[in-house]
Design a protein around this ligand. Structure first.
Ligand SMILES: [Mg+2]
Length: 366
């Protein structure tokens, strides 16, 4: 029997949380930024209106404000987002033990055992998150995690999309191959270059033929595109423990432009986030490693009061570290290796640290 898997995605999560206490900003472009006191603060989230001006996550506030001078920039309040994140997952846990976080604002819920219509459950959960937390979510419903995730992406904000065996080829196969879960930008480019432009075209390939591009991920990606992702929605207990999760990049030339470094750090943060998500872990410390052309190497680390798992939060710390310690050396020496890692890991899927007092405090803080 097919499983019933939901994927719930909170729409414009940080910005939506901010708008709860700032309804006056509902019709204005809103950007949630890193450290706004800093000249090089970055965009962590934006609402749809800011998006329509071309504002992108991870660009500098300076770049964003060039495109959208009227945007209201709000500082990020991670403790507050975390409370909403945990509260939403508590709500999902009323439906199943199998609630697997995928970043602060996304989760899969395996509701097979409830024996109810996935679409009806999706409507119920969407309504409850809206009325109990005040936040908009979109939900995908399918028999596997990959398609459920693509379903929640299909119609935003506040969409509900059922991806069934009768319609997945119509709805998902025409999409660009980069929309498939875990196909990153570089992989999508390489697939497109050899003529595989859509999810459906990838589904029709044989893993052996694409091993030279996709490596060991060839099977997983192709089977996922075919609707054969059998990975279970993990319970918190099933998620493992590790000491740190890292990613690094070695360049074949000296990198001196801070803009190039920023992009590399963003990509590395994304890889770390993806691994953290897959392992079901979050961390309090980010460290970066920089090696210069003379092979001297520097590591710096920075801890936060909140747990990080998403690309934006990890990148924010990595960029602060880079700015604080490394950028002035760039004019003297180019960078040859960059690494980002997440440490002090904890299983954050269990809502152990939330008390009502914390919740009340969070709810009233501005
Ligand atoms: Mg979201």
């Amino acid at each position: 029997m097919d499983r019933t898997v939901l994927h719930v995605d909170m729409n414009n999560f940080y910005a939506s949380v901010e708008l709860l206490t700032r309804p006056d900003l509902a019709d204005k472009p809103v950007i949630v930024g890193g450290d706004e006191a800093k000249r090089h603060g970055i965009v962590l989230a934006k609402n749809n209106l800011a998006k329509s001006y071309g504002v992108k996550t991870a660009e500098t506030l300076y770049q964003a404000l060039q495109k959208c001078p009227g945007a209201v920039v709000l500082p990020a309040q991670h403790d507050k987002y975390r409370h909403y994140s945990v509260w939403a997952k508590l709500l999902y846990r009323e439906y199943s033990d199998r609630v697997e976080s995928f970043g602060p604002d996304e989760a899969w819920i395996d509701v097979t055992e409830l024996n109810r219509s996935g679409a009806a459950l999706a409507h119920e959960i969407q309504n409850r998150v809206k009325s109990e937390l005040g936040l908009p979510v979109s939900i995908g419903v399918s028999w596997n995690k990959t398609f459920a995730k693509m379903g929640s992406d299909y119609k935003k904000p506040e969409g509900i999309t059922v991806i069934g065996r009768e319609n997945y080829k119509d709805l998902l196969w025409p999409l660009p191959v980069g929309r498939l879960l875990f196909v990153g930008r570089v992989t999508a480019q390489r697939l497109t270059q050899i003529g595989i432009e859509t999810v459906g075209e990838l589904a029709r390939q044989e893993p052996e033929d694409l091993r030279y591009i996709l490596g060991k991920n060839a099977d997983r990606l192709i089977y996922s595109a075919r609707g054969e992702d059998r990975s279970p929605v993990l319970t918190a207990e099933e998620m493992g423990h590790q000491k740190s999760i890292g990613a690094m990049h070695t360049t074949d030339h000296d990198v001196r432009d801070p803009e190039d470094i920023r992009k590399l750090l963003w990509d590395l943060s994304g890889r770390v986030a993806e691994r953290a998500v897959r392992a079901g872990l979050k961390g309090r410390t980010v460290s970066i490693t920089v090696r210069y052309q003379d092979f001297s190497q520097h590591s710096r680390q920075r801890s936060t009061a909140y747990l990080m798992q998403d690309q934006g939060s990890i990148f924010e710390q990595a960029w602060i570290l880079f700015e604080a310690g490394v950028s002035e050396n760039l004019t003297k020496q180019g960078v040859r290796l960059l690494g980002v890692s997440l440490e002090q890991l904890e299983d954050e899927t269990l809502p152990q640290q939330v008390s009502l007092a914390d919740w009340a405090k969070c709810y009233t803080s501005e």
